[in-house]
Design a protein around this ligand. Structure first.
Ligand code: NAP
Ligand code: MG
Length: 502
């Protein structure tokens, strides 16, 4: 049932703070600035929160610096730090319903996805909590020319104060994915959520405080990228920048990091290919491919926005795919039947529509969607909805084939030559994810090796786990989130030499 008075959810009750979290306290912005978060299902304001400026960034970085240099955090026993993160995971699970409700209200996604995001956040904290008592150094078998046998060992040490900047597609899950490894490593953090989606990061802040994470260890600053974001990236008190977002902004951040010799990890965009081979089951291909592009309304950095289907299975795959796109329930995220919600913002709706218009003008053939879906409840006229959209015969000149649309828009191509399809799949500036559908082991392993992507799925797409490293090659980024690699991004290796023969 849709609450037609307020499709997309009631105004949040738990946003008592609605403020910046700096040094363990909820405060207004120094200049009193605020920003409005919208409900994408209606286009109406959902909440007003404090908006951080450079002065707030400075206070937050100083708080993080003090917590790192002087506070109890870095001197706490590993088992005590582990217990805090496990307690936080429990609190996230206990509040999962509220987290999901607010995420759907502010991001627009179906409640089923929001609930999954909350569960994933808790699982990520648990996974990285486990590393705290296990990530040790090594002793090394060196052979120095003086014939001595020194003791040489490594100490993994936290990088220090980390600036973390995240986007709006998975606001809660990404905040957890960024914070968990940083806290496990012993770092202190200033986190800036996206301007469109500040609400669940603030809720996470409440849970961090409740779990007993010491003051200053995590500071949360809703704000604009060009204001708070830039001030944070440039601040001299920051040792490392971790960013998830567009390649364009990632390059600007990498340039600042380079000039200031800050550590940097970047998880950027993708134009991810999925390849259906001749032996693939057409219905399974269609089901995976639909999920891979329409999940979260295509606002996923690993979405499969290019599908290459072999001649032998092209007709049945397309028939099933177009049928699935037509059947997908697009609705406000709090409606139980919703499979796809609205896009995140009015600007983003205009951006996605622009790509679709350009593809049509370039001569691509539209098979499904292409605009606002028909059957939407009253009250959503100003919501940011866009129908599941499929194009075929997309000319090389269309931006749709090259650029990240970040919406529910699929470009399908037909192929017959294996060498050519691998080359086409790799013909992109990006290298985040790729996938394939085949039962033949040799085909799968050869293609897995040949695809230039940080993640390759075989007979699946878009599956994540905290244990599995996540990140891209080429212009899709630098470094890896999740897994042991994700932890190592927040640690420096110190090598200690002790000459025992002196
Ligand atoms: P974006 O501009 O890269 O935003 C990501 C984060 O960076 C936001 O918190 C943003 O703040 C902040 N930011 C922006 N400019 C900054 C700067 N100069 N210095 C420091 N921080 C800065 O992405 P977007 O505008 O939200 O989306 C644009 C496109 O990026 C999407 O359509 C999609 O193609 C891609 N994208 C990729 C991912 C991903 O997961 N890889 C996620 C989201 C978007 P504001 O919120 O104020 O902009
Ligand atoms: Mg932006």
């Amino acid at each position: 049932m849709v609450d037609t008075a307020n499709p997309g959810g009631a105004a949040p009750a738990l946003l008592a703070p609605g403020r910046l979290l700096i040094d363990g306290a909820w405060v207004d912005a120094a200049d009193g600035a605020t920003l409005t978060a919208f409900n994408p299902a209606t286009g109406a304001p959902a909440a007003v929160v404090a908006e951080a400026g450079p002065e707030d960034v400075d206070r937050a970085v100083r708080a993080a610096r003090a917590a790192f240099d002087e506070g109890p955090w870095t001197r706490m026993q590993p088992a005590a730090r582990e217990r805090l993160l496990l307690r936080l995971a429990d609190l996230i699970e206990a509040e999962a319903g509220e987290i999901a409700r607010i995420e759907t209200l502010n991001q627009g996604k179906p409640l089923s996805i929001s609930k999954g995001d909350a569960a994933r956040g808790a699982a990520t904290f648990r996974y990285f909590a486990g590393w705290i008592t296990k990530a040790g150094g090594r002793t090394l078998p060196v052979s120095p020319p003086n014939g001595h046998a020194p003791l040489v060992y490594t100490r993994p040490e936290p990088v220090g104060v980390v600036a973390q900047i995240i986007p709006w597609n998975f606001p809660f899950a990404m905040a957890c994915r960024m914070l968990a490894p940083a806290l496990a490593a012993g770092c202190c953090v200033v986190l800036k959520p996206a301007e469109q989606t500040p609400l669940t990061a603030l809720l996470l802040g409440e849970l961090l405080v409740k779990a007993g994470i010491p003051a200053g260890v995590v500071n949360i600053l809703p704000g604009h990228g060009r204001r708070a974001g830039e001030a944070l990236v440039r601040h001299a008190g920051v040792d490392k920048i971790a960013f998830i977002g567009s390649t364009a902004v990632g390059k600007q951040i990498a340039a600042v990091a380079g000039a200031q010799m800050k550590r940097v990890s970047l998880e950027l965009g993708g134009k991810n290919p999925a390849i259906a081979f001749a032996d693939a089951d057409p219905r399974k291909v269609a089901a995976w491919a639909a999920n891979a592009i329409f999940f979260n309304a295509g606002q996923v950095c690993t979405s499969a926005s290019r599908l290459y289907v072999h001649d032998a299975v092209y007709e049945p795959v397309m028939e099933a795919l177009v049928e699935l796109a037509g059947r997908l329930v697009v609705a406000p995220g709090n409606e139980p039947t919703a499979a796809m919600g609205p896009l995140v913002s009015r600007d983003h709706l205009a951006r996605v529509s622009g790509y679709v218009d350009q593809a049509r003008e370039a001569g691509a053939r539209l098979l499904a969607g292409g605009g606002r879906p028909g059957a939407l409840p009253a009250g959503t006229e100003d919501g940011y909805f866009f129908a599941p959209t499929i194009f075929c015969d997309v000319p090389e000149s269309a931006r749709l084939l090259r650029e990240e649309v970040f919406g529910p828009v699929l470009a399908v191509s037909r192929w017959s030559d294996e060498g050519q399809v691998i080359a086409a799949a790799n013909d992109t500036q990006y290298g985040l994810a790729a996938g394939m559908f085949t039962q033949r082991l040799a085909t799968a392993h050869k293609a897995a090796a040949a695809l230039k992507a940080g993640i390759v799925w075989v007979n699946a797409f878009n599956i994540l786990d905290p244990s599995a490293p996540f990140g891209g090659m080429k212009q899709s980024g630098i470094g890896r989130d999740l897994g042991e690699e994700g932890l190592l991004e927040y640690l420096e290796t110190k090598t200690v030499w002790v000459d025992l023969d002196q």
